[in-house]
Design a protein around this ligand. Structure first.
Ligand code: LMR
Length: 398
């Protein structure tokens, strides 16, 4: 019956973790998946999360959440994305549901897009997080790409990006990374976001923001929502996927939120009911634990303050590792420019290494990363940075 089933190709990101785990070498380093580690290379549970869990323990039942998830968690998520005093929240113009982290939020949106705008396409940046392609492919939404990254400068190709926005048919859907672009670590400046928003207005495009890394770009979740706020000020309807995997370290809890800003409350009620309808046959209702943790932390000023400090701590450690990696490469006498390591932001460095160079890192040095040359800076520590720099120097020597 299943004889025709071929093994699926390995996932370009999670497959790297599998290979890392299978390697017995004591020297091995995992800078593949974007998952934060402390300076000893260990996974981190934030103190605010531990405290929220202490409060949950023994106090709450395990009933189903509604199909759309926790109302409290959704309210807090909307404040984080749209602003504490957002008029859109007060006017109930936002249709929002709890989602299975960022992937789940994107997938719900993609399915919604296919169901209600069956002739639409999605414009996706080149490059992007590999799973974006899977998500919209499986939702059967045709994909187009738009220019984003400039390989020579290892920065933003702003004129290419603007041209592609102008040349897309009016009313196109664009998937934008709200901050800390994955994999490039390259974000538009505030001024550039204003120009992008303006052009979107001219072209009546719909921006869907993936905000998986709120807090990891600047260390401040409020500042990292700037791009979204600019689009809101300009009067766009937007969509937004939020995740607490990275900024609360709730990776395996699958805590996230999908929101769509509608024209009025009635439309928001209708859209939310349809999102719930899409969720029901897929997973019925979302998991409760992560949602409780998120709503307890964001609802309590003291715990929220602690969370903000801890997010900044994670972002700062990564910035420190960017400096250390660059300095080590320079100390080794690398003739190449490594300025982009410190110019890029967020969790990733898009190193410019070729797939062949990455293969050498893995085969000769037991260093695991995605073949597009992306280094998860969250996996770099004071203990492995010199080893990593030396290996990069060896494989990139002209
Ligand atoms: C990543 O890009 O490494 C993360 O978003 C993890 C994932 O699910 O791919």
């Amino acid at each position: 019956l299943f004889g025709h089933v071929e093994p699926a190709p390995k996932d370009p990101i999670l497959g790297v973790t599998e290979a890392f785990l299978a390697d017995p070498s004591p020297d091995k380093v995992n800078v593949g998946v974007g998952a934060y580690r402390d300076d000893n290379g260990q996974p981190v549970v934030l103190s605010c999360v531990r405290e929220a869990e202490r409060r949950i323990l023994g106090n709450l039942n395990m009933e189903y959440l509604p199909m759309g998830g926790s109302i409290k968690m959704i309210e807090e998520s909307l404040k984080l994305a749209y602003g504490e005093d957002s008029g859109f929240i007060k006017d109930k113009r936002i249709a929002a549901v709890q989602a299975l982290s960022d992937t789940g939020a994107c997938r719900l949106f993609a399915d919604f897009q296919k169901r209600f705008l069956p002739d639409s396409q999605i414009y996706i940046s080149t490059p992007t997080w590999s799973n974006h392609h899977n998500i919209w492919r499986d939702a059967q939404v045709p994909q187009k790409t738009f220019t984003y990254y400039h390989p020579e400068s290892r920065g933003l190709d702003f004129s290419g990006l603007m041209n592609d926005i102008k040349n897309a048919p009016d009313g196109s859907f664009f998937l934008l990374h709200a901050c800390a672009h994955n994999p490039t670590g390259v974000d538009p400046t505030e001024e550039q976001w204003r120009e992008i928003s303006h052009q979107f207005k001219v072209k009546k495009h719909f921006p869907f923001f993936d905000m998986a890394y709120q807090g990891f770009a600047s260390g401040d979740p409020e500042r990292d929502a700037k791009a979204i706020r600019i689009f809101l000020e300009d009067g766009h309807q937007i969509g937004c996927a939020q995740s607490y995997a990275k900024n609360m370290g709730l990776y395996g809890q699958r805590a996230g939120c999908l929101s769509i800003l509608c024209e009025d409350e009635m439309q928001a009620v209708a859209v939310k009911s349809q999102l719930q309808q899409i969720a029901r046959p897929m997973y019925s209702n979302p998991p409760v634990h992560g949602a409780l943790v998120v709503s307890i932390i964001l609802n309590d000023p003291e715990l929220k303050g602690l969370w903000l400090k801890e997010v900044k701590g994670m972002a700062d450690r990564i910035i420190g590792m960017r400096k250390a990696l660059k300095e080590n490469l320079e100390k080794l006498g690398s003739p190449l420019s490594w300025d982009h390591i410190t110019n890029q932001i967020g969790m990733f460095c898009y190193s410019g290494m070729t797939p062949e160079q990455v293969d050498r890192l893995t085969n000769e040095y037991h260093i695991y990363m995605t073949r597009n040359g992306r280094i998860s800076m969250a996996g770099v520590t004071t203990g492995n940075v010199a080893y990593l720099a030396n290996a990069i120097h060896e494989v990139t020597k002209p």
